[in-house]
Design a protein around this ligand. Structure first.
Ligand code: GCW
Length: 738
């Protein structure tokens, strides 16, 4: 456009602008009147499962009768947080907060405290001895002739956990009378692992930026940090690793420790300890040393001084998480030392302060051409019994990498003298990012309930993790967080359920995925059975559907290179074979699958004999793991009677159909769920259906070039030739490693 023309347009526009300014003013006025009312009703998922919306009248009346008044101290920050949560929660649910009281002079007083903080509880003399320092009881009883409810514990944090339990019962519409709840966590260290960088980029994050606003810390404490702490406390999470395992040494500089100190101050009242990922080469990068050799006295002194410095700032600091000699990260092997040497050096620095080391077993070597699935076991088992007492070895649920389905990691049960903590991934790197509805608790439960047979039948992974199998007191579970700066925290409404379920399973690894889904749904959407039942049904089958449309029958690692978005079973070449797809599926004219039986890599031999025998035999291996352990002919007869190729095609389609059925179910819930969240979920399900179809079509188009077989009757051919799927590029897909 020429300048002259521009001036003319501007002249005409000036009058238009004046008109528009008036129109905008009117609109703003209207919004000013309307917005407060509208936002009061708005539901965008920001409140998570702690919504505390008013209960139906009958339930609210019953609740008010049980908790008409509250006797709860507020002398410590944790006590104050507990009291505030109860007032906020009960006020919202029952349509009015309970009155505060110090005496039991009527029915319906809710008493919360410890014998030390609450004179009422001190007088009651309840037996709290078995509750430890995080357990609680919630009990209906009579005090001085009056009906009352007590939430009692040995510590303020126990009371806070108990308060959240009581609120959960109220919020999920359960009866509040005749209560007799006694809970203690079965796992000691229940932590989130944030893969958050200091520039706020989240590796494998699909929910926006990191919630940690490092640049503004320590001066600005975003109120979100408090809500984060509340949400975690509500599910018993008691620690958080603030920074990525692929970390910069910067995190350990005084400048950043000061920021971590500020965060620790916000999180502490809610029972969350702060942990940090430590870069093994930090003594060189920020300490000015020439080496990071763990046996070098100067290096050991450096870490001791660093630990002392951290504890001066954060007296209850939890400890370090370390990714060493894995995917290019520095580690003790750079100096010819072992994982135990590295972990023990850090453990020694932390021990005087009560800190722990979480040393990751996610290792596979650049030099070692062996089956990647075998390498962690080979590297760690020889060091069983050689780790210091305050070291937990952190093991992913499966031996490759958080795939939609993996058999349990063979390290579980194979290191009896070492406490192994579980690492689950909550963020859905391999399960459809934020838009796919995949409830992960059934996957967690499958891993936890797997039987290692380490000490005969019944030696479940859950019993390795909770320490009961080998009598370990130090136990842990970590979840790679799916939390970010998005309003809904997790990138989607349903991904909140995965955060929630992780916490519940970390508290009790024997808990039930369906029960957790019911609790979450009741708190998050509605207590109406017409809503709860279909949603829970949808959730419970959702992860299996992802397995079906992405990697059925034990296939794994077939996603796009680098960003891991979408199907790419054709990926080959590049820096290392075990970062390709063809390495894992090994499709050829004869069949498909990775032979890990005795005739192949013999990874099965890493399991206890009973398990190895089952997995190692094509006749007995469970079908979900068939192609994980065996290279199977295309015409192999499956349990269904179909041949393998037909079964594969069938499973791909079954996964897509499940998503279509979730869309129908969800559409049927319109009007029963607030419009904003309903619309978002509906849109995401539509994306999921498209992408599920894409996975199916691309996978079939590709594998058909090997099977050279027609599709079974009734199955539709992929709408595009293989080359089309191979040509798709996604250079800006989120969450890629940097
Ligand atoms: O899941 C893979 C991811 C990497 C990650 C690595 C790990 C943090 O693709 O992004 O790095 O595992 O667990 O260390």
């Amino acid at each position: 456009m020429a300048i002259g023309q521009y001036g003319q347009v501007a002249g005409v526009a000036a009058r238009g602008v004046a008109r528009r300014v008036r129109a905008v003013a009117v609109l703003l006025l209207a919004l000013w009147v309307w917005l407060p009312a509208a936002t009061a009703r708005a539901e965008d998922g920001h409140d998570l499962w702690l919504r505390y919306r008013a209960l139906p009248a009958a339930q609210a009346d019953a609740g008010r009768a049980v908790a008409a008044a509250l006797a709860a101290p507020d002398a410590s920050p944790t006590q104050a947080a507990t009291r505030e949560e109860l007032l906020r929660g009960l006020g919202g649910l029952f349509g009015g907060a309970p009155a505060m009281t110090a005496r039991i002079d009527r029915d319906g007083v809710l008493v919360a405290g410890t014998p030390a903080s609450s004179p009422v509880l001190a007088k009651l003399g309840l037996d709290l001895s078995a509750l430890g320092d995080e357990g609680y009881l919630v009990r209906s009883l009579r005090i001085d002739g009056h009906a009352a409810t007590v939430i009692a514990a040995n510590s303020d944090i126990g009371v806070l956990y108990g308060a959240f339990h009581f609120l959960r019962l109220a919020q999920s519409g359960q009866s509040l009378s005749g209560l007799d709840v006694r809970e203690t966590p079965k796992v000691k260290v229940r932590v989130l692992n944030h893969w958050d960088n200091l520039d706020r980029y989240v590796e494998r994050g699909y929910a926006g930026q990191s919630i940690w606003d490092w640049h503004k810390l320590p001066g600005w404490l975003d109120p979100r940090y408090t809500d984060y702490a509340r949400a975690n406390a509500s599910i018993g999470i008691n620690g958080t690793v603030l920074n990525n395992v692929n970390t910069s040494a910067q995190m350990l500089t005084p400048q950043y420790l000061e920021k971590a100190r500020a965060l620790a101050g916000v999180l502490r009242p809610y029972g969350l300890k702060v942990y940090l990922s430590a870069r093994f080469s930090a003594p060189i990068e920020i300490g000015g040393l020439q080496t990071a050799d763990p046996l070098d006295p100067a290096v050991r002194r450096w870490w001791q001084a660093k630990a002392d410095e951290i504890y001066r700032a954060i007296p209850d600091f939890g400890g370090f998480l370390v990714k060493a000699n894995s995917e290019g990260q520095p580690g003790p092997q750079d100096y010819g030392r072992s994982h135990a040497d590295g972990a023990n050096m850090l453990a020694e620095a932390l021990a005087p302060h009560g800190g722990i080391v979480m040393w990751r077993a996610f290792v596979y070597s650049h030099e070692e051409p062996d089956d990647r699935a075998k390498q962690a076991y080979s590297e760690f088992v020889p060091y069983d019994g050689r780790f210091a007492a305050n070291v937990l070895v952190q093991v992913k649920n499966g031996a490759i990498d958080f795939q939609p389905r993996e058999p349990f990691h063979p390290l579980f049960g194979a290191m009896p003298k070492t406490p192994l903590m579980m690492e689950f991934q909550i963020t859905k790197e391999y399960l459809g990012f934020a838009t796919h509805l995949a409830y992960l608790a059934p996957m967690y439960q499958e891993a936890l309930q797997a039987d290692t047979h380490a000490r005969g039948p019944g030696s479940t992974v859950a019993r390795v993790v909770d320490g009961s199998l080998e009598g370990h007191a130090l136990t842990g579970m970590a979840g790679v967080a799916n939390i970010g700066s998005d309003r809904n925290w997790s990138g989607s409404q349903f991904d909140q359920a995965n955060w929630y379920a992780f916490g519940r399973l970390a508290w009790d690894p024997h808990a039930d995925a369906a029960q957790i889904a019911r609790d979450w749904t009741r708190m998050t959407f509605s207590t109406d059975p017409a809503v709860v039942t279909p949603i829970v049904d949808m959730m419970m089958g959702s992860r299996e559907a992802v397995v079906d449309y992405m990697t059925p029958l034990g296939l794994h690692h077939l996603m796009g290179r680098g960003h891991h978005y979408g199907p790419a079973p054709w990926v080959e070449g590049g820096p290392r074979a075990d970062w390709t797809s063809v390495y894992y599926h090994r499709a050829d004219a004869r069949g498909i699958g990775f032979d890990r039986s005795a005739s192949g890599s013999n990874a099965v031999a890493q399991y206890a004999p009973a398990v190895a025998a089952q997995f190692g035999d094509i006749a007995t291996v469970p079908e979900p793991f068939l192609l994980w352990f065996h290279h199977v002919p295309w015409d192999h007869r499956m349990a269904s009677g179909r041949i393998l190729w037909d079964e594969l095609v069938h499973r791909y389609g079954r996964g897509v159909d499940y998503v279509a059925s979730m869309r129908r179910t969800w559409a049927g819930l319109a009007g029963r769920i607030d419009a904003e969240r309903h619309a978002e979920v509906a849109a995401f399900l539509a994306i999921q259906e498209q992408e599920a179809q894409w996975w199916r079509d691309a996978s079939i188009a590709y594998f058909q070039t090997f099977s050279k077989r027609p599709l079974p009757k009734g199955e539709k051919l992929p709408p595009h030739p293989l080359a089309y799927y191979q040509s798709l590029q996604f250079p800006f897909a989120p969450g890629d490693g940097k």
